[in-house]
Design a binder for this molecule. Sequence first.
Ligand code: HEC
Ligand code: HEC
Length: 327
Amino acid sequence: MNARRVVLTVWLALGGVAAGCSAPAPKLESLKLGDGRTVAAETLTRGRDVYTYYCVSCHGERGDGQGPAAVGMRPPPRNFRQGLFKFGGVAAGEVPTDEALKRTVRRGLHGTPMLPWDVPAADVEAVVQYLKTFSPRWSQEAPGQPLEVSADPWKGREAEAVERGKAVYHVAGAGHAGCSGCHVAYLPKPELEALTEQVTKRKVDLSKADPYTALARDTDYSVAVDDKGEPTQMAKVLPPDFLVHRVRTVWPLGAMVEGAEYTPERQREELYRVISAGVGGAAMPTWKGAIPEENLWALAYYVQTLVNQRDTAEGRALKQRLLNPAK
Ligand code: HEC
Ligand code: HEC
């Protein structure tokens, strides 16, 4: 793959000596966006060069996610022709902000083949604009309202926040989210029943329920496309079990992300960000506005405790206890 790219680059550098064999890349026109901005043709041309060099092997020349390296890749590389994004920094399903797209390109998506790209800011800017040429959505719609990260109301009260988050996560209704209805639960059944009763004032019987297995959910993302680039098969995704799977927008503590060490505050903020926005085109809904801000922040604290137990003896022991409760 790499070797092929080198050969191609050298060949192009020689000016495509065998004239006629290579059609020059078509000239690009400037692009009018749905929010009234216009992207200059030079920016798009630079973006295409960056894309051809770094992105095409996975995302494909046509932007359909079917590049030569994409075969069998899970999750599949994004098909930019659909104009759908998961981590747009806006309510799930709206057109993403440039800032969110650039963040994804600079940081990558943790635990997926989408790696961070350490390229000059102007190249990131150009390639993000170039992505917009693949779907008409960009010229028809303006980006959604960026979701702000509010002030953390729990500063200095971490233990209290985690307790609240645990209830918001596991119980539905009364300002609580019931995340475990799609994701898995992390409490033994008797505790889950007691907590539910405490919050909703109603008795529940979970003896026949299985709150520890998540079901795969449909998404709007294509895995395969036909000759015209139309999706023929859609991807299913499992709501992540935070003790087992990685959260793609959140890194382990201490990791170097964009040149700065990943701190607990930063980790919490990114959890807040993705939980409040939801995941576009997938079952994960937008929570900002649906539950009180303090409960949203409490969730970030609670999910953080799970994320940081991933792949630890403590986390494995908790899973064991939940799956094989002592009779
Ligand atoms: C090695 C393969 C690979 C390369 C190279 C690659 N990507 Fe990706 N990219 C992926 C995969 C896989 C995903 C989907 C991850 C997911 O759904 O969790 C993705 C997703 C994305 C997304 C979607 C983010 C969202 O919010 O939905 C953007 C934007 C993106 N890539 C841009 C780029 C750009 C720009 C480049 C080149 C600088 C690039 N990618 C190079 C594999 C790759
Ligand atoms: C209707 C089902 C559903 C509900 C309810 C739900 N989620 Fe999700 N969640 C999903 C799915 C599906 C994904 C994976 C999306 C994907 O991979 O495209 C996901 C992904 C996530 C992620 C990972 C994002 C990333 O960066 O990789 C986090 C964190 C998350 N959910 C937290 C929560 C929290 C907290 C709640 C409760 C407030 C919640 N979810 C409620 C279905 C749900």
